[in-house]
Ligand binder design. Structure first.
Ligand code: AMP
Ligand code: MG
Length: 297
């Protein structure tokens, strides 16, 4: 099989395996939202893609975070294969991990804790790897790639411990040195966006997590418990120097009542890149959008 055909077939198998797993867990698939009056603030990626229509601005969604929090009012477990446009700085084109258009499996669970989501994330990843190994194991082996079954639970390290042990570039170092997936938990409040929930028992620490792939493939997913009380959301928006007016619609929803929830988003291209051991995440897409790279179609 041509390398590209393999990437496309594995991507298709990954989507199928995710759907199958989440279906059995009682999740409902939500059609993705692509245009919205408000989207994820993502302070480390300041440029936003906007179109103007019907007398207002529409953001191309950078994640479905607010829509997920609203959707769990209706169904307790939801997911979406959500196309995201993030205008990543051009220098991120060479990290091997960044596209400016990608798809994440974005999911959310009403009344759930971080631990429940970490357990779900581990089982989801293992299920996907097993399915791909069953159908493509020989082709992968011929390319020198072996998919392992990792023991659970995956190890966890706090953001502060990781930084102390591995220095400023702890994420890279941890992913490179590890032969199994690793969780980073408990990010400091100013490292993340306003929607990750602050631990009521540990002010300044969030109840959130990232999962890192082994062998230097870097971040797999990010998630956490969510702020859902309007007063807390407003305070966090202000703390980050953002304007509550920009989030007025979401705040109104919170005032009507949002349930507590937790969730995560896992990048599909990064997952397939890891499975195939590819140098760049763009090799997963037939029409990749790599910051700074020329495109013909
Ligand atoms: P975030 O909530 O920003 O961590 O995004 C969720 C997941 O989407 C990340 O853990 C990655 O797997 C994936 N992701 C984020 N940004 C990009 C990007 N620019 N290109 C490809 N995948 C991405
Ligand atoms: Mg992240």
């Amino acid at each position: 099989m041509k390398p590209f055909a393999l990437a496309l077939e594995v991507t298709s198998a990954v989507l199928g395996a995710c759907r199958e797993f989440l279906g059995e867990e009682g999740f409902v698939e939500l059609l993705p939202v692509i245009l919205a009056p408000v989207t994820d603030p993502l302070r480390t990626t300041p440029d936003r893609a906007i179109i103007s229509a019907y007398g207002q601005n529409w953001y191309l969604t950078r994640s479905m975070i607010f829509h997920k929090q609203a959707a769990v009012r209706v169904c307790p477990k939801i997911f979406s294969f959500s196309p995201n446009v993030r205008l990543e700085p051009q220098e991120r084109g060479s990290t091997g991990r960044h596209l400016f258009e990608f798809v994440q499996l974005d999911l959310e669970v009403r009344e759930a804790t971080r631990d429940v989501l970490m357990d779900l994330g581990e089982r989801l990843l293992i299920h996907v790897l097993e399915e791909v190994r069953r159908d493509f194991g020989r082709e992968l082996a011929a390319r020198g790639r072996e998919l392992l079954t990792y023991p659970r639970p995956f190890p966890r390290i706090s953001w502060h411990e990781a930084k102390k042990e591995f220095g400023e570039n702890f994420e890279e170092a941890l992913s490179e040195r590890s032969s199994i997936p690793v969780w980073i938990v408990d990010f400091p409040i100013d490292q993340r966006e306003f929607y990750d929930r602050e631990d009521p028992d540990r002010p300044g620490i969030l109840v959130d997590m990232d999962l890192l792939y082994p062998q230097g493939y870097g971040e797999a997913l990010s998630g956490g418990e969510r702020e859902y009380q309007p007063g807390r959301i407003r305070a966090r928006i202000m703390r980050q120097g953002l304007d509550p007016e920009d989030y007025a619609g979401f705040l109104r929803l919170a005032e009507e009542g949002l349930p507590p929830s937790a969730g995560f988003g896992i990048g599909i291209e990064r997952l397939v890149r890891f499975i195939l051991g590819l140098a760049h995440v763009g090799e997963v897409r037939l029409f990749p959008r790599i910051p700074g790279a020329a495109v013909s179609l």
